[in-house]
Design a binder for this molecule. Structure first.
Ligand code: TRP
Length: 334
């Protein structure tokens, strides 16, 4: 079986864009691949943050992924496998300064810091090293495939270059060449501004919580922007398209077909579309929220199981580090 690795930063609440864009796919891949999924807390230290919220968000993300159907035995918390940090150091020696300086995510994020704090903004070296840590996440488990969004393309390519340079430098085809896995996923837009991708950074009304409260979800859909009046005649507005897209993503195809027929006949009522979408979302969300609540009621045991799975995953990482240390000329650890 081929190896799959992916990871997500502990950002707090998952929204439906994260679910349809990534998590749902992770759950499916578990059937046919040997999967490991990380909650990457080391990565979240690269932008300003508070220690207490990082820890809280790490557990929160872990519980949310479990509620969505990611199996505990496939999950780990990155910092519970400190070998990721060790491999980052080793890989940094086969990564060039120029390559890291070209990463668009680094450029965007350092600019964001400067926009917020002015020219004297503190841009940590950790932010610069972020892609090397990501390469370590991937290479340490000999991943064949990495399901990611298009925004991670450049980081994936860097991981392959790092693997190749390492293999060349140390004279062995040791690391595999990880391929990105771009699966067809619906692009979910902000309900409040359907010209932009759903994202937490845009603010509260721009994302729909995956494990949110049913009433709030209904309200958010009710107030979703449908038509701002600037859509060319004969074209479906971005807001209406987005609502249909959500309906399809929720697999409410009967509602989708009949509402689409209304649209084609010029008889679509936005209120009916919104009701259909809200019903579909509530159907999707309810069972997951029940799972989430059950997991929270059993917090100690669940946390323990994630610590166990992280320890099991760590054994694989330690095996890699034993081999890597030998290849690069470091002594064996007793
Ligand atoms: N950088 C990724 C993101 O922001 C998260 C990530 C960290 C990741 N390590 C990874 C994704 C390894 C895939 C593989 O989405």
């Amino acid at each position: 079986m081929k190896n799959v690795l992916s990871a997500i930063q502990p950002t707090g609440d998952l929204h439906i864009g994260n679910y349809f864009g990534a998590v749902q796919n992770w759950v499916r891949l578990q059937e046919n691949y040997n999967c490991v999924y990380g909650v990457v807390d080391y990565h979240s230290m690269t932008m300003p943050y508070k220690a207490a919220s990082l820890l809280e968000n790490t557990w929160k993300m872990t519980f949310q992924l479990l509620a969505c159907g990611v199996k505990a035995e496939n999950m780990f918390i990155q910092s519970l496998v400190p070998e990721h940090a060790e491999l980052t150091w080793i890989l940094s020696t086969v990564t060039s300064y120029g390559e890291l300086a070209r990463m668009t995510q680094f450029k965007d994020k350092s600019k964001q810091l400067e926009d917020n704090e002015g020219k004297e903004a503190f841009v940590g070296a950790g932010l610069f090293f972020y892609p090397v840590l990501q390469a370590a996440d991937i290479l340490i488990y000999h991943a064949d495939y990495v399901p990611v969004g298009k925004d991670q393309e450049q980081h994936l390519e860097l991981s392959r270059n790092i693997a190749q340079r390492f293999n060349h430098q140390f004279g062995k085809e040791y690391f595999r060449h990880p391929e990105p896995l771009y699966t067809e996923t619906p692009k979910i837009l902000s309900p409040a501004d359907p010209t932009r991708k759903m994202s937490k950074s845009l603010g509260e009304k721009h994302y729909i919580n995956l494990l949110g409260d049913a009433d709030r979800v209904r309200k958010q859909i009710k107030s979703a922007v449908t038509d701002t009046g600037d859509t060319p005649a004969g074209q479906m507005s971005a807001g209406v398209q987005n609502l249909f897209e959500i309906l399809r993503a929720c697999k409410h195809m009967d509602a989708y077909d009949s509402l689409m027929a209304d649209y084609s006949a010029g008889a679509l009522k936005y209120s009916a579309l919104k009701e259909g979408v809200a019903d579909a979302l509530v159907d999707l969300i309810n069972p997951m929220r029940e799972n989430y609540e059950a997991l929270l009621a059993d917090k100690r045991r669940v946390r323990d199981s994630i610590k166990d799975s992280s320890a099991a995953v760590r054994q694989r990482a330690q095996q890699t580090l034993r081999e890597v240390r030998e290849l690069v000329g470091l002594p064996a650890v007793k």
